[in-house]
Ligand binder design. Structure first.
Ligand SMILES: Nc1ncnc2c1ncn2[C@@H]1O[C@H](COP(=O)(O)OP(=O)(O)OP(=O)(O)O)[C@@H](O)[C@H]1O
Ligand SMILES: [Mg+2]
Length: 255
């Protein structure tokens, strides 16, 4: 069975794409992974796929409907459906056909679920922070395990994210599980970082990851070469190990 992990947040610049790249890269050492870029900035695609000649994108998938034709192989274990800056306009195709808002998400969800063939162990999705509501709903609708990246910011933003998850569970995807809140881009120096770091754990002990993705120059400008450096892998080890543990726990609980 394919497990779909999405990285999303109510906070822009909180490391979603960096985390998605690292998860896709590290998982692909042992598993078959499909990276799915649903963000119009296409940074996930830029980092993982160093090939500007690729023509088909996620918009073609949503337009034409044939998922497998647009999957690009990066290496044996890692494949990608490239992102597209115009993804926000993809829902309009369905509105023109007379679909109503929830039906648009269901129609796109059905298309993308075709990518979850038995071939892939994992699908890793990079999600935009701000986009059409359909694209965010779509990302969560096809996910089993939703991780929020939380960089120092208003704590209320976690509530907003949890409310969004609840909405998608109720409307589109009862299988969706909260994969947790991963504290990102924290340092141990600034008073606000120390405060928010503690508060997230205190307020959301059930969801807050133990490991933290600290601010580090190693991750300040990640590209396909740096992502493969052992140094980067090592600095990310605790976060990756916790991903695997949390996935196993979700499985064990029969979810
Ligand atoms: N742990 C880290 N330490 C230092 N820099 C980081 C770290 N994580 C991410 N960055 C840098 O911060 C910037 C934002 O990261 P990233 O693009 O991953 O965030 P994002 O949440 O995907 O942003 P957006 O909301 O724009 O999609 C990038 O320049 C990235 O290289
Ligand atoms: Mg991003």
């Amino acid at each position: 069975m394919t497990i779909t992990i999405s990285i999303s947040s109510t906070i822009g610049g909180s490391g979603k794409t960096t985390i998605a790249c690292m998860f896709a890269h590290l998982l692909s050492a042992n598993y078959k992974v499909l990276a799915l870029d649903l963000c119009g900035q296409c940074n996930f695609t830029e980092v993982l796929l160093q090939d500007n000649t690729v023509r088909g994108t996620i918009c073609d998938v949503l337009e034409i409907g044939n998922v497998t034709s647009y999957i690009v192989s990066i290496d044996e274990n890692l494949h990608i459906i490239p992102g597209d800056q115009w993804i926000c306009s993809s829902p309009s195709k369905f509105y023109i056909q007379g679909y109503k808002t929830p039906e648009v998400v269901f129609a796109m969800k059905e298309l993308l679920n075709q990518a979850k063939t038995a071939y892939y162990d994992f699908v890793v999705i990079d999600t935009p922070s701000t986009s059409s509501k359909e694209v965010l709903n779509l990302s969560l609708s096809i996910s089993d395990f939703a991780v929020m990246t939380y960089s120092p910011n208003k704590l209320q933003l976690i509530k907003s994210w949890l409310n969004k998850i609840k909405y998608v569970q109720d409307e589109f995807n009862p299988e969706l599980r909260v994969g947790g809140i991963l504290r990102t881009r924290f340092n141990d120096i600034e008073a606000s970082h120390i405060f928010y770091n503690r508060e997230v754990y205190r307020r959301h002990p059930e969801y807050c990851w133990n490991s933290i993705f600290h601010n580090s120059p190693l991750f300040s400008n990640i590209d396909s070469n740096s992502i493969k450096k052992v140094q980067v892998d090592t600095a990310f080890k605790a976060v990756y190990d916790e991903l695997i543990l949390r996935l196993l726990k979700t499985r064990k609980n029969g979810i």
